[in-house]
Ligand binder design. Sequence first.
Ligand SMILES: O=C(COP(=O)(O)O)N(O)CCCCOP(=O)(O)O
Ligand code: NA
Ligand SMILES: [Zn+2]
Length: 305
Amino acid sequence: MLVTGLEILKKARAEGYGVGAFNTNNMEFTQAILEAAEELRSPVILALSEGAMKYGGRALTRMAVALAQEARVPVAIHLDHGSSYESVLKALREGFTSVMIDKSHEDFETNVRETKRVVEAAHAVGVTVEAELGRLAGIEEHVAVDEKDALLTNPEEARIFMERTGADYLAVAIGTSHGAYKGKGRPFIDHPRLARIAELVPAPLVLHGASAVPQELVERFRAAGGEIGEAAGIHPEDIKKAISLGVAKINTDTDLRLAFTALIREALGKNPKEFDPRKYLGPAREAVKEVVKSRMELFGSVGKA
Ligand SMILES: O=C(COP(=O)(O)O)N(O)CCCCOP(=O)(O)O
Ligand code: NA
Ligand SMILES: [Zn+2]
């Protein structure tokens, strides 16, 4: 059933498990994510970025909303990284049940003002809001303390920010970053900072840049002809610890992209004569579904629907 992001995340934080927000840009990812959720009886958040909205248009948004309504588990349709009030209004008009307004690159007062404006509009139509405070940045070990402070979420600021904006859940910067290169070896996660934020912010917390970038997937991608450098993601133990400290929404996009692309490269390499897209998109879809299921197991959302 189609529900708001807060309906899913409030329960998750209260009961100490995480729920995956998985990005989709097409039919195969959407099917993989929803099938995984139904098979594991897990709530799930289908995340569409502005790039996805541009790429998939009405075909994507109508499919996502319609399938979410028919789903036998709670599903929220979420605008990921909404960059403007106008972009959020478009998502609200498409029937989204969760919207992110990301003004984390602006100064504090601008972020508060813009986020508050989106909260008023979204709440007026029963949709819940994710905001962001702090700069997503992979923090290398040598980075000076004051530089880390400038980038990562300040716990006291987070409390004031949530009280002044009325946002429903908060994306925090604690060392993660988007993409396949999150830092050398085991990327830095500032768990003590997260614990302080969670003490001051009762709302569900959101972890961006949470993909694991597992080495076996990186190797498989390379073996199939893909080129990728020194890739590293967030260690499963860091995800579990973050959930135990108050993270309720965990964003995964890179791992799905790697799995999908590795399988397509393999299928095309294995059979140069093949030109039926179902023969390479189908196996790729299955690979995405397997990654989604393993993430749900890690987050503890299996059976929580
Ligand atoms: O936090 C994340 C994903 O983190 P990850 O990269 O660790 O999976 N996200 O918010 C997903 C970002 C998706 C960006 O999509 P476009 O390319 O369309 O702009
Ligand atoms: Na988001
Ligand atoms: Zn993100």
